[in-house]
Structure formats: C-alpha cells, structure tokens
Design a binder for this molecule. Structure first.
Ligand SMILES: [Zn+2]
Length: 664
C-alpha cells in the first residue's frame, strides 16, 4: 500500500484492502438465476414508478464465532440495522442523507423466530467456520438458516480470504444460497466495526435487493439496458476506490461523471451516501416480484416486526442443536453444535448410546461404538430461564464393512458415468463432473469439470471413490491419476483438491492441493481447453500413513472460479509400480486396424488368462456381436453395420474393460 495515502482515505474501509475486491458478489452470484430474475425485476420496475409504500424486512443475524471479539454485541448488530435504515431511508440529519432518494425499505431485527419463540433476532454459533471460505457457505446455512421468504439471513464471520469484506446472493436464487456474509469488523459502526460506517452492509443488502455494481458490464452500450440496468446511474468503467472524482465512460449523454457517491460502487464509505430513483424502482420491483412474502403485514406480525408488536423485554432461552455429521460409521464421532437461542450459557447434554453419555460443554464430540439409532437431549439455561429439547433417533450408526481390495483402477473407458462404485456430488446442482471423449489419455474417455461455463463461483464438485481397504496392499499404497487444466484469465484459478477420510466421511484430510501454477498444464484461453497428450500431468500421492486403514474414502474435488476445463483420467490406487502409463500394458491389447472399414483383429499380448468373450456394443448400448475368444488373436468382421463408433467390451481379472472402435 502507498504510504502517501491521506488520513481521509485511511478512514475508508474499501481502500484499506489495497484494491482487492471488497465485495465478492460478482464471484458468487449464479448467472442462470440472475438472468431469470433480471427480466422479472426490469418488467416490475416499469409498473412501479408512482407506487410508494414503505416495506419492512425482518432480519436475523447468525454470528459465527470462536468466543473472540468476532462474537459481536447486540448493540453493534443494532448499529448496522440503524445504518441500513438511515441509508435506505435517506434519513434527515444522518450520513445517509445524500443526493439520492428514499428507497422506501426499512429493516428490523426479528422478535419472533420461525417456531414462534421470542428472539432478539440474533443466533450465536460457536464454530471454526467463522474462519470463512466462500465454498463453505452451504455449511453456515446447514447449521443455522431461517426461512428466507420470512427473514433476511445475515451471517457474521471472523475472516474471509482475499480482502473480501462481504458478499450477498441476488433475488431469485436457490433458497439455501440466500443471504449475506459479512466480516464482523465491517458490520455496524461501533464495537469491532468502530472504524467502519456500516456501508458494507448497505452495499451487500443492495445486491440482495437486486442491485448490481455501478461498474457492472463496464461502460456498456446503453445507459438503461446495459451496465447496471439503471438509467440514472452514469456508466462506470471499473470500480472506483477512495473519493476522487472520475469520469471513466463517455458513452452517456450528457457525459456525467462517475457517481462515486453511490453505495453500489467501491468508493470510500465516507463519500458514499446515495441510491438513485432508478435503483429504488429495481429494489421495489425485486421486493414486489421476487421477495413478495417477506414484507407482507402477515409476515411482519409473524416475525414480531410489526410496529404494533410489543416484544417482551427479555426472551427466555430456547434449547436447540444440530450436527453436520449425525450419520456415522461405528466407532466414529458425532460433532454436536449448540444452536440454542437467547444467550444460553450452560448446557447439559444426554447421549443415548454415546461416549461420553453426558456432557456440559457447548459443542461436545461423542463417540458411538454400537450400531443403531440414538436419541440426544439438551437442557440449557441462562441463569434465569431453562429449556430442553429431545431429538429422537438423531444419530444413526452403521457398519460399512471392509472396503474394496486394492488395486483400484478407473479409466472411465466403459463410457458408463458415474462408473460402478463412484459417486458424484454436485451440491449446488449446477455444472458438475461429466464424461468427456475429446481429451482422454487412455483410449476412450476422461472426466471433466467445465469451469469455463460454471458461474457459481466458490462451489465444490466431488468425485467420491468407493470404500477402499488400503491394508489389502502388501506394499505402500499410492494414489495416482492424470489431470489436465488451463485457466481462462490469468488472475483467477480453479482449485483441485484431493481429500481422504478414515471415518466414513465425517472428517476429511487434504492429501493434495493444486491451484495456479501447480495446476496449470496448458495455455490460458477463453475457448474450451482440450489438452493434447503432452498437456496431461501425473499426480502421485503416497498413502503410507493410511496403509493400515480398512475403510478409506477418497474424493477428488474441483472448486470453481470460472477458469477452464479440468480433466481427470486413469485413477489408480495400489502399488507404486502400478503406474498409470501401464494400464494399457496390463490390458496388453491391440486392435488393428482402428479406424477400420469393418474387419479388424483383436490381439492379446499374452497367452494365459484370456477373456472368454468379446462383445461389441453400439453407442446406444445395443449388443451388436458376441465372439468367443479361442486364442490370442481374434478376427472380427463388422462389414455390414452402419459406420460410427462402437465399443469392444471384455472381462479380465474381474474388471470390465472397454475400447473404442471407429468404423468408417
Ligand atoms: Zn458488491
């Protein structure tokens, strides 16, 4: 950072990030949902011009903390609600009273929770997830989430990597992605955020209400139908930091300077103080068309945010808990998370079938050594009030048996996806792992993740291998696979992560991590990356630390950041000598000629242990021909079948193998 930066600028939170992006909205938002929502917002805004009604939003704040200063006070949380009302209401005499308009939106902490309990609108969760990674945001919501048609969910965390202060979802996205994540020291304007003016909250709520950055789409081509889709915010080429005047685009007429006072730029908090009429219309349209339930009178009464509601001065405690891993394999641990409301400060847990069977700590870890379903009870108190909850059959303990014997080999060449025993996880339901026939190093197929078209940045897609018995290997077990990857823009990188679990997936250890230079095998390009043979690399992971484990789960993960295709092929787990390059040698198979006009020979380079049958399938999976294997060379004639791709399949060493045949 430059040392010459003025005292005025030091008061700015955004500039303090050294021009890294303070808001991760552009990297988190899901494009397909935005396109749909955008149409609705634009159409709605047209009909709303003369409509003026104040809409109140009930808010719940989930504070993720580890007992440090990030466990911010209720008064600090209320100070953010105050800032939102000043800024969205253009309240006279406050910093929000700039040249803009009253957007006619107000905010109130919820006083009644989804179950009808009294609440102060704050949920406190003691969890290491306070050290936030954007791809872990579904976990925050799995632990604590209130119906987003009734509440605006805001998550407070200790840290977000990369200088990010916060980010938000857009209207119209999936329910379990909805809400804001903000760093504790940028939430509100007192306490840990005393150097802030609370404008990170104002800005992020703007996204939640359907606003883009004023520099969205750069200068664009049209003031109204491009850029931020707001006619009365002048176009902006790139984000403004600090408070310096600028006129970065000249395609507007009259040619107006950048509106650095707008909350939706990255300008310093001290000089941002306005939303425009065009932004008000978008916000009102979003609330009318995409968040239509949250501000209704019925919901204000249900959430205790109606102006006539007089909440009790103090709420009684409400016992509640959850776990991210209530289903385990026998002899493993369940991690319990207290989610009780209203500042409970003492906990008494009872664990049927667990060790320990009782506990007084906030988030106990409990081992289960017998099979079955087990109840969990929790009694909480805050010194004056007490509450309890029993969850029947909350814990499920099963026995996975012993994993599959090594070696494990998968080259995806069967054309079946996912192959037997492999499972695919695609939590956001967007672009996931798929079969690819263009890039394989082994004969037919590899798998790929299309990061080029995946816009739900920060989300994970997983390939999970079957349970493996690593103790079945007589020598040190190794994991090997081939990968290929290119970036689309040099700044951004997708991530390749391999994790291993010895407790049936309850906890995972990272055994391989690649991004940027360690991941790239081909040139940066904005067209789909299709590697040639020289652009594949080989990963080798020594698994000696796990050589006694009989039940190992391994998963290969892609974390998307809008880069380019990531390919995986030829996964082997077994002896070090079992090299990927040897897969074809193990098969010892030649097909010639290939491509062929119809007649060809299949030759095995060994005499013993020959397969008994060769079968030819069409791409539709129809059996075309079945030929018995008599000796190491078998001639096959397909002269009278249509041209195209066919598959030769045979069984060898209890594995089904497939090779592609091209009939021209
Ligand atoms: Zn933003």
């Amino acid at each position: 950072m430059k040392i010459t930066i003025s005292v005025l600028l030091l008061a700015s939170n955004f500039i303090a990030q050294n021009h890294s992006e303070p808001c991760a909205f552009d990297h988190i938002s899901n494009n397909q949902n935005i396109v749909k929502a955008e149409k609705v917002i634009q159409q709605g805004a047209i009909t709303l011009k003369s409509n003026h009604t104040i809409k109140t939003i009930p808010v719940v704040v989930h504070v993720f903390h580890q007992g440090g200063t990030e466990n911010i006070s209720e008064t600090q949380i209320q100070s953010q609600i105050d800032v939102l009302n000043e800024d969205y209401g253009k309240l006279t005499g406050t910093p929000g009273d700039g040249n803009g308009v009253d957007t006619e939106v107000r905010f109130k902490l919820a006083k009644i929770d989804p179950n009808g309990n009294c609440t102060n609108g704050v949920v406190r969760i003691n969890s290491s997830l306070t050290n936030h990674k954007t791809y872990e945001r579904p976990l925050l919501k799995q632990i604590s989430f209130w119906d987003n048609t009734k509440y605006l969910n805001i998550y407070i965390v200790k840290s977000i990597p990369g200088g990010t202060l916060g980010y938000s979802s857009f209207p119209g996205g999936p329910a379990d992605e909805d809400g804001l994540v903000v760093r504790h020291n940028y939430f509100g304007r007192i306490g840990t955020a005393s150097s802030s003016m609370g404008r990170t909250g104002t800005h992020e709520v703007g996204h939640w209400l359907g606003l883009y950055h004023t520099f969205n789409n750069s200068c664009g081509t049209d003031l109204c139908t491009d850029g931020d889709y707001v006619c009365d915010t002048p176009p902006v080429a790139t984000a403004n930091f600090g408070c310096s005047a600028s006129n970065s685009c000249s395609n507007d007429s009259p040619d107006l300077p950048d509106q650095i006072e707008n909350y939706m730029d990255y300008t310093s908090e001290i000089c941002s103080n306005m939303f425009t009429e065009g932004q008000r219309l978008r916000v009102q349209s979003s609330l009318t068309n995409l968040r239509a339930d949250i501000w209704t009178q019925t919901n204000l009464v249900a959430t205790g945010t109606d102006s006539l509601y007089a909440p009790p001065l103090v709420c009684s405690v409400v016992a509640d808990f959850t776990s991210l891993n209530p289903e385990i394999c026998v002899n493993n641990d369940v991690n319990f998370i207290n989610t009780s409301l209203n500042e409970a400060n003492a906990w008494t847990w009872y664990f049927q079938g667990g060790t320990p069977s009782t506990s007084n700590i906030e988030n106990p870890v409990v081992n289960y050594s017998s099979l079955g379903m087990f109840d969990v009870s929790l009694v909480v108190t805050n010194g004056t009030t007490t509450d309890s909850i029993v969850m029947s059959n909350f814990v499920s303990v099963t026995n996975p048996g012993v994993g599959q014997t090594l070696p494990f080999q998968e080259n995806f060449d069967s054309g079946i996806f996912p192959p037997n025993g492999i499972s695919i996880n695609n939590p956001d339901g967007g672009i996931g792992w798929e079969l690819d026939s263009n890039a394989s190093v082994s004969p037919n197929y590899s798998i790929r993740l299309d990061n080029l078209n995946s816009t739900n940045y920060g989300t994970i897609d997983e390939v999970v291998l079957p349970f493996l018995d690593l103790s079945s290997n007589t020598t040190t077990p190794w994991m090997k696979f081939n990968w290929a990857y290119a970036k689309s823009v040099s700044l951004y990188t997708d991530e390749l992560i391999v994790q291993l679990s010895t407790d049936c997936g309850a906890t995972w250890t990272q055994i391989l991590y690649k991004n940027h230079n360690s991941l790239v095998t081909g040139p940066t390009q904005t067209t789909p990356f299709i590697p040639d043979d020289s652009q594949w690399k080989n990963a080798k992971i020594n698994l000696s630390a796990y050589s006694n484990e009989q039940n190992v789960l391994i998963k290969i993960m892609n974390v998307t950041d809008g880069g380019n295709y990531l390919y995986i092929d030829d996964i082997t787990i077994g002896d070090n000598s079992l090299s990927i390059e040897n897969i074809d040698l193990l098969e010892g198979l030649k097909i010639y000629p290939n491509p062929t006009s119809g007649s060809f020979s299949v030759a095995f380079e060994f005499e013993n242990n020959l397969p008994t049958q060769l079968r030819i399938f069409s791409v539709e999976g129809k059996l075309i021909r079945q030929v018995a294997v008599q000796n190491s060379i078998t001639a096959i004639d397909l002269e009278n079948v249509p041209t195209g791709i066919y598959f030769l399949m045979y069984e060898q060493n209890e594995l089904i193998r497939t090779r592609k045949i091209n009939i021209k």
